[in-house]
Design a protein around this ligand. Structure first.
Ligand SMILES: [Zn+2]
Length: 323
């Protein structure tokens, strides 16, 4: 009698486990975002009326500082289980006649220490490889730390702010919403620790509508660098448009998606990745659909997800420049 009861309990447990596994497997099944459901405002365009010839001489370079390897299936819904995905950890260097600055920092000199202060589960699931930090590559290319006038941060996650500490005299600019969020982070010691060592400046993007974003900040008032809000991954995630004299145009979207497929399909991260990294998945979907519509309207616009190494390869690597 007792043995029968045990067997029944075991069978139930096995059935529950199987159901759980099937449910988890389902969350990785390829699925596109329902564009119509998240399209409100995404097709209201206020096109940038910039004549490239009238732009200042702005130079853009990518600085690759490291990488992470994972299954493609963890990167976007529809990614393959058989293929690995190489995430790039990079900074972008922009030289504008009025300022030289970085957008995100990639892995810094203290990345190993920074890594010890990220959430436990994230740490257990992450394997990374270091390359040269931005500060060392800049120095080798003749750009001293004192020549970097500011650092713009797409958001406050460790893999984007790690190199900030290498420029202790340089202000890091974040959207106000992101600054509030990073000060209040309950699950990460990193920003709390870092904010004692670096200078944070809060940005309000309260300029006019730009493309299909209802507010923006034209950093130098000349249309070359325009910042827009991309909330969802974190509350104050920020994107950056770079328009060059050659007519080339780039849009850095931070971690809104980890790869181009996320924007093109469009597709979000699978449930497990969203649970680990996204603050507001509904808002992520709205922001992705906005960028998806933008990409459709401007096929020549280079959309740069912060970790898509294939896109990084298309941008001149420091000390080479796009202009
Ligand atoms: Zn990231």
């Amino acid at each position: 009698m007792r043995r029968k009861g045990w067997r029944r309990s075991l069978l139930w447990l096995a059935a529950l486990l199987l159901a759980g596994l099937l449910l988890l497997a389902y969350t990785f099944v390829p699925r596109r975002i329902d564009v119509a459901a998240y399209q409100a405002g995404a097709t209201d365009f206020h096109p940038a009326s910039v004549n490239p010839a009238s732009l200042p001489d702005v130079q853009l370079s990518i600085i690759k500082c490291g990488k992470m390897i994972s299954r493609q299936s963890f990167v976007y819904r529809g990614g393959s289980w058989n293929q690995t995905y190489e995430s790039g950890m990079a900074a972008a260097l922009i030289r504008h006649p009025r300022a030289t600055f970085l957008f995100d920092t990639g892995f810094g000199t203290n990345v190993d220490e920074d890594f010890q202060h990220i959430p436990f589960l994230m740490r257990k699931l992450t394997v990374y490889d270091k390359e040269q930090p931005a500060i060392a590559q800049l120095a080798a290319g003749g750009v001293g730390a004192e020549q970097i006038n500011m650092i713009l941060l797409s958001h406050s996650h460790w893999d984007h702010v790690s190199g900030w500490e290498d420029f202790p005299a340089t202000e890091g600019w974040m959207m106000r919403e992101e600054a509030d969020y990073s000060r209040a982070l309950p699950d990460s010691e990193l920003m709390k620790r870092m904010l004692d060592r670096v200078h944070l400046r809060e940005l309000d993007l309260n300029g006019p509508a730009y493309e299909n974003f209802d507010r923006s900040l034209d950093l130098f008032g000349d249309g070359s660098i325009v910042l827009v809000p991309l909330p969802g991954h974190t509350p104050g995630s920020m994107g950056m448009f770079v328009s060059l004299r050659s007519g080339k145009r780039f849009f850095f979207i931070g971690d809104l998606t980890w790869c181009r497929e996320g924007v093109d399909l469009p597709a979000e991260r699978p449930w497990l990745s969203r649970r680990l990294v996204d603050k507001d998945p509904e808002q992520v979907r709205r922001s992705i659909v906005r960028v998806h519509e933008l990409a459709k309207r401007y096929p020549d616009l280079v959309i740069v997800p912060a970790h898509d190494r294939r896109v990084h390869e298309q941008i001149a690597a420091f000390p080479q420049v796009e202009r």
